[in-house]
Design a binder for this molecule. Structure first.
Ligand code: 1CP
Length: 328
C-alpha cells in the first residue's frame, strides 16, 4: 500500500509520509517559468501544462504524494461562475439564494482536472499517492459572497445571521456539487482527497457545529477513498472537528500536534510545521521538524506536512532539508 494511504488508515510505518501544501507553487523557479508562458486559468485547463506543474516538486524532492494542480474555485467555473485570478480569485459577488440555485459541475468543465489526475497517476512512481481536492462549502461560499479573498469575510458572517435559511441551502448545494466533483476525481484515480476549509475558522463554534461541520461532512460522506479535512485557525472548535467524519485532520502550527491529537481521538493527523520555519536556515529546520516528529511520537496515522501552504519566498533547498530530515 502507498505510504500516504497506509498512514491515513493508521497503519504502522517506519516514518511518516510527507507532502507539502502548495508544493507545486511559486517558490519553484520552474513553476514561475511555466506561469510566464501560461496564465493561471490556462495552466489549469490544459492537462499537458497542469500535469507538468503537478509533477515539478516530485522531480526535485522525495515526496509521498502529488496534489493535482487546480484551484478550489476551478469547479465553480464548471457551475457557470466566472472567476479571474490576480493572483487570488476574483468574481462578481453573489447572494446565498443564487448560490443555492447553482447546477452541478458540468462534466466537460471539470474534464481537464479529471484528465490531469489520470495522467499524473500514470506517471508517478507506484508508491506515490495522487491527492485530489476541493474547497469545503463554507470556504467556497465565503468567496462567492465576498467576490475575493478577505481578512475575515464579513459578507459570509452577515449572511449567516441575516439569511440563515438561504445560507444553509447554499451550503447544501455546494456540498452536493463538491461531493460529485470529488467522486469524479476518485474515479479518475485520486488515491485520497483533501477538503480545504481555509476560512471556516472565521466562524463561531456554534456556526461550525450547525453549518460548516455538517456541510463538510455531507461533502465527504461515503466517498470511496481516504479523506483529509483541513481548517486552519480552527483551534476554538478543535473538539468539534470529528463531526466531519474525515479519516485525517490537517493541523496548522498554532497547536502542538500531540495535544490536538488527544482532542481529536482515533483519527490520522496531518501537519503541522510552521511554513515560516522553511524561511530560516537548515539547522533550525532540522531542529523544528524533529520536534514535530517527537510530538507525533511515531504513532500510526501521522502525515508530515506544513501547517499551511509553503511560502513563495522559500528557498527550494530548504524543502530538500525538510524532506531529508523526515525521511532520515
Ligand atoms: O501562480 C499564481 O500566481 C497563482 C497562485 C495560485 C496557485 C499556485 C492560486 C490562486 N491557486 C493555486 C493552486 C492551488 N490552490 C492548489 C494547487 C495544488 C498545490 O497545493 O500545490 C491548491 C490545493 C489550492 C487551494 C486553494 N486556493 C486554497 C486552499 C488552501 C489555502 O491556502 O488555504 C485557497 C484558499 C485558494 C484560493 C486562492 N487561489 C489562488 C490564491 C493566491 C488563493 C488564496 C488567496 C486569496 O484568497 O486571494
Amino acid at each position: 500500500m502507498k505510504p500516504l494511504i497506509a498512514a491515513l488508515r493508521r497503519q504502522p510505518l517506519e516514518r511518516p509520509p510527507i507532502w507539502v501544501m502548495r508544493q507545486a507553487g511559486r517558490y519553484l523557479p520552474e513553476y514561475r517559468r511555466i506561469r510566464e508562458q501560461h496564465p493561471f486559468r490556462e495552466a489549469v485547463s490544459d492537462p499537458d501544462v497542469a500535469t507538468e506543474i503537478t509533477l515539478l516538486p516530485l522531480r526535485r524532492f522525495d515526496l509521498d504524494a502529488a496534489i493535482v494542480f487546480a484551484d478550489i474555485m476551478t469547479p465553480l467555473e464548471a457551475m457557470g461562475v466566472e472567476v479571474e485570478y490576480s493572483p487570488g480569485p476574483r468574481l462578481r459577488p453573489m447572494s446565498p439564494g443564487k448560490v443555492a440555485e447553482l447546477p452541478d459541475p458540468d462534466p466537460a468543465g471539470i474534464e481537464p482536472v479529471i484528465e490531469t489526475i489520470r495522467r499524473v497517476g500514470a506517471q508517478v512512481a507506484p508508491e506515490v499517492a495522487v491527492i485530489g481536492f476541493a474547497g469545503a462549502p463554507t470556504t467556497l461560499l465565503a468567496y462567492l459572497l465576498e467576490g475575493s479573498g478577505s481578512k475575515d469575510f464579513p459578507r459570509l458572517r452577515r449572511a449567516l445571521v441575516s439569511q440563515p435559511r438561504a445560507t444553509s441551502a447554499a451550503l447544501v448545494r455546494l456540498a452536493e456539487a463538491m461531493r460529485s466533483y470529488l467522486s469524479a476525481q476518485i474515479g479518475a484515480g485520486a488515491d485520497a482527497v483533501q477538503l480545504f476549509d481555509s476560512w471556516a475558522g472565521v466562524l463561531s463554534r456554534a456556526q461550525f457545529a450547525d453549518l460548516a461541520g455538517p456541510s463538510a461532512a455531507a461533502t465527504l460522506e461515503r466517498l470511496e477513498a481516504p479523506t483529509i479535512y483541513f481548517a486552519p485557525a480552527s483551534g476554538h472548535f478543535l473538539d468539534l472537528l470529528p463531526m466531519v467524519g474525515a479519516d485525517c485532520y490537517g493541523l496548522d502550527w498554532r497547536i502542538p500536534i500531540d495535544r490536538a491529537w488527544k482532542t481529536l481521538g482515533e483519527v490520522a493527523v496531518q501537519g503541522n510545521l510552521d511554513p515560516a520555519v522553511l524561511l530560516t536556515d537548515p539547522d533550525t529546520i532540522r531542529r523544528t521538524a524533529a520536534r514535530v516528529l517527537e510530538e507525533a511520537g511515531g504513532r500510526p496515522g501521522h502525515v508530515f506536512n506544513l501547517g499551511h501552504g509553503i511560502h513563495r519566498d522559500t528557498p527550494p533547498e530548504h524543502l530538500q532539508v525538510l524532506v531529508e530530515t523526515v525521511k532520515g
